[in-house]
Design a protein around this ligand. Structure first.
Ligand code: ACO
Length: 368
């Protein structure tokens, strides 16, 4: 019997990451994610995912310089963004702006230089649009700031606190890559037709936008706000489950135990803020939700996923709710591009089959 949603189906072989859902482990090219976040920067980890080895000092400097060089938005991208409807959501703006990068420069096969360009562009697109919607001028990137610090700087226009930049860097490293998730699958399917890297990234961004994938942090904030207002997590969560609603920030297609990224983010948050009211609310909501999910969905193994504590981290660094999914996109661009590069090395077009379950008409039925 076919499983809906390709559950359990192996779609590709990869050396980029391994997601061990039963044991709650995530490995980047064989290295535990906990080790990676403790020892390496965003740039070093991106290099590792693209090249399969960590950079030496010169290679790291080259990568940083290339990211800096490519941060600049062309006047045509700015013009396109300026002409988009004011009520267009930010994920659609990113998707449109990235897709406008497509030209013959991006022909088959994809290259790491192209991957660096797209990775460098996303934060600038986010900051340009966000500031222009707020009626603020665009802040030029700063040469002395690395990728994550610069991202915070061009959004807020002020030098970020070290603790905020470090917390965001942990989040961004943890979300760089995650096996055959829906958006990565989209990217690989598009690339498998020998389409270009920009088209693959555009497909991936469209897939990331959906609330069941990248759009969950805003849902988590809505849940926490509701719990805070009601002052009674048990009642709010029970009512949602009785209505058959899904709790945002809980459950995962692969992890049947605590998502290791949620654990790492929770640790970072506890270290960063100590005890505060908002953190207490998140911890209480988590405890109550996990207990009630066990009651309502016995045997389903539903725990906190990365989005729950991502929302908490973003709150702690005072990032606007609407930047959550775009920030996830800014980091996942590295994973998507690494997968497309891998796909291009040994490509076969994706072409699964479907089972026809519609009616069997006779010629006579059709005539009538
Ligand atoms: N709240 C309530 N019930 C849930 C939840 C949830 N968050 N997640 C799963 N369930 C229920 C399902 O309704 C299903 O119930 P049933 O068997 O009675 O029909 C059962 O648990 C099994 O779940 P599945 O639907 O098989 O889980 P699946 O692997 O298909 O879905 C998904 C995973 C989409 C992430 C789901 O858990 C969900 O919608 N979670 C909320 C949204 C969310 O947090 N998304 C972010 C995911 S992390 C990321 O994308 C980076």
């Amino acid at each position: 019997m076919m499983e809906k949603g390709l559950k359990g189906v192996v779609a590709a072989q990869t050396s980029i990451s391994h997601v061990d859902g039963l044991n709650g482990k995530l490995l980047y090219r064989g290295l535990d994610i906990g080790e990676v976040t403790k020892r390496y920067s965003f740039e070093e980890t991106a290099y590792f995912l693209w090249h399969g080895k960590f950079p030496n000092e010169d290679e790291l400097n080259d990568l940083k310089n290339e990211l800096k060089r490519n941060r600049k938005l062309s006047s045509s991208i700015k013009e396109i963004i300026d002409h988009l409807p004011k009520n267009m959501d930010l994920m659609s703006v990113i998707r449109t702006a990235i897709s406008s990068e497509g030209s013959e420069e991006y022909g088959w096969k994809p290259t790491i230089a192209q991957a660096i360009r797209l990775t460098a562009l996303v934060p600038s697109i986010i900051a340009y649009r966000t500031r222009s919607m707020e009626g603020k001028p665009f802040v030029s990137p700063r040469e002395d700031l690395d990728h994550v610090e610069n991202y915070l700087y061009i959004i807020n226009g002020t030098t970020p606190l070290k603790a905020h930049a470090e917390a965001l860097e942990t989040y961004m490293i943890l979300t760089l890559e995650h096996g055959m998730n829906a958006s990565t699958f989209s990217a690989r399917v598009t690339a498998s037709t020998e389409s270009d890297l920009v088209s693959a990234a555009t497909s991936a961004i469209g897939t990331m936008k959906g609330p069941l994938h990248g759009g969950a942090p805003s849902g988590v904030i809505a849940l926490l706000d509701e719990v805070a207002e009601a002052g009674n997590p048990e009642r709010v969560i029970r009512e949602k489950l009785v209505r058959g609603e899904k709790l945002m920030g809980f459950g995962h297609r692969v992890y049947k135990t605590l998502d290791p990224r949620a654990a790492a983010l929770k640790e970072r948050l506890l270290n960063m803020t100590g005890k505060d009211q908002w953190l207490d609310l998140a911890l209480e909501t988590e405890r109550t939700a996990v207990a009630l999910l066990h009651e309502f969905k016995p045997g389903r193994s539903l725990y906190t996923n990365v989005e729950f504590y991502a929302a908490a981290i973003m709150k702690a660094i005072q990032m606007d709710d609407e930047l959550f999914t775009p920030t996830f996109t800014a980091s996942r661009m590295v994973g998507w591009t690494a997968h497309v590069l891998e796909q291009s090395e040994d490509n076969t077009i994706f072409r699964p089959e479907s089972v026809y379950i519609g009616p069997a008409h006779t010629k006579e039925d059709v005539k009538n």
